[in-house]
Design a protein around this ligand. Structure first.
Ligand code: URA
Length: 212
């Protein structure tokens, strides 16, 4: 498993504004969207491409195009939806599938309540969107499902990650021959007793969409 913590002043600046409790939902959504586009640039470094022949107005040349099958982007509902636009702006030809997962706030374990993914993901590169990599339970459940359907590699994009969650992913995938990458804008200090990332940014779903 690979972990990439993006070290870039623009990312740090936007992440700080995102964390600030005074940031309202509309601004939070815009910042999350901008951050995802910055993460997506690094997260797609290994995306499969093919060589194509084109003509410019001046000459024939060889270029690069995304290969088939097209990548699949999977936001984990609900908070992952706040990352979707920023991702597909860079990958407009990607397909989008949805996974609804909810964390039991007592056990912190994830259960799946919605699965709108292709049954067969053989040969597909998949990008999972989940803003908060906290205990890692939700992400492991999602990634296991994607590999069970045949995905070749899975890259998870998280706005923030906790060391405990990353360690759990390492322990789960470290000894397996599975291609897993985590890309995040920040690696925080720890999880508190409620499973929240510290200092974090609070409940990402609530900050994006309000408390429901
Ligand atoms: N989910 C959130 O929205 N925030 C956290 O800090 C942890 C999990």
């Amino acid at each position: 498993m690979r972990t990439l913590v993006i070290d870039h002043p623009l990312v740090a600046h936007k992440l700080t504004a995102l964390r600030d409790e005074r940031t309202d939902s509309a601004t939070f959504r815009r910042l999350a969207d901008e951050l995802v586009s910055l993460l997506a640039y690094e997260a797609t470094r290994g995306i499969r491409t093919t060589t194509v022949q084109i003509r410019t107005p001046v000459a024939a040349t060889t270029g690069t195009a995304l290969a088939d099958p097209k990548p699949l982007v999977v936001p984990i509902l609900r908070a992952g939806l706040g990352m979707l636009e920023g991702m597909v702006r860079l990958l407009p030809s990607a397909e989008v599938g949805f996974l609804g997962m909810v964390r039991n706030e007592e056990t912190l374990e994830a259960t799946t309540y919605a699965d709108r993914l292709p049954e067969n993901l053989t040969g597909r590169q998949v990008y999972v969107l989940d803003p908060m990599l906290a205990t890692g339970g939700t992400l492991i459940a999602a990634i296991d499902l994607l590999f069970a359907r045949g995905a070749t590699d899975v890259t998870a994009l998280a706005l923030l990650a906790a060391p405990e969650g990353l360690a759990r992913l390492e322990a789960h995938y470290g000894g397996l021959d599975l291609d897993v990458t985590v890309v995040t804008a920040g690696l925080d200090s720890h999880l508190n007793e409620k499973g929240y990332i510290v200092p974090g940014l609070g409940d990402a779903g609530d900050r994006l969409y309000g408390v429901v």
